[in-house]
Ligand binder design. Structure first.
Ligand code: AMP
Length: 219
């Protein structure tokens, strides 16, 4: 299939852990039939499969720190080169450093990019992460009222890196290494900040409005 990359729907979901990036990326991907590319999910799959990369990444992830830029850039560049990403994608969890953001620019060249920053105050993030559960089978990020995974029926568990001490470290690392990315993108036409404290439906609508405003009548 030939795809006009100049009209590709490429979306980056920015925001701290617990902002709702995974949930919103999943909804956006389903609605627009583009792949959701979550670097956290890719790494967790590698950990489960006990690949060399998974074994190396596990300790870093469990401690709430970031996996090295070269590894992450390699993973994403390989993933974006696949056929299903050519008409667009939503990235969840990448970029997380300015170096990754620069590398993403290099991968996209002249292709359009919409960047949505989901803004949530720290006390809300801490509260959300304390009660967050994830499906062991498909990685779905569950809502508090869900008992089993609504997508595949899998078991919902608390992520090791969502435990109290590690959450503090992840938020610290976010402020230190990932928040500067917002400055990197802020002055671009494709950048929008969204209030992430509203309901998931309201946040979804705000993201669709932002994408429409930036990319035209696609959302
Ligand atoms: P997430 O599911 O996005 O919260 O990612 C879980 C963990 O995977 C993070 O805390 C990091 O240890 C690692 N990780 C995911 N994406 C990246 C990235 N782009 N750069 C570095 N580490 C990452």
């Amino acid at each position: 299939m030939s795809v006009d990359r100049a009209s590709a729907l490429n979306l980056v979901m920015l925001g701290p852990p617990g902002a709702g990036k995974g949930t919103q990326a999943e909804r956006f991907a389903q609605k627009h039939r583009v792949p959701k590319i979550s670097t956290g999910d890719i790494l967790r799959e590698a950990v489960t499969a006990q690949t060399g990369m998974g074994l190396a990444a596990r300790q870093v992830m469990d401690a709430g720190r970031l996996v090295g830029d070269d590894i992450m850039i390699g993973i994403v560049s390989e993933r974006l080169a696949r056929e299903d990403a050519k008409a667009g994608f939503v990235l969840d969890g990448f970029p997380r450093t300015v170096r990754q953001a620069e590398a993403l620019d290099g991968m996209l060249g002249a292709q359009p990019l919409v960047v949505v920053d989901i803004v949530v105050p720290e006390e809300t993030l801490v509260r959300r992460l304390a009660s967050r559960r994830m499906c062991t089978a498909c990685g779905h990020s569950a809502l508090p009222e869900e008992k089993g995974c609504p997508k595949c029926g899998g078991e919902l568990v608390v992520r090791i890196d969502d435990s109290a001490g590690i959450v503090t470290e992840r938020l610290r690392i976010y402020m230190e290494q990932t928040a500067p990315i917002v400055q990197f993108y802020r002055s671009r036409r494709g950048f929008r900040a969204i209030d992430g404290t509203a309901t998931p439906e309201q946040v979804q609508t705000a993201i669709c409005d932002a994408v429409t405003a930036v990319a035209g009548g696609v959302a």
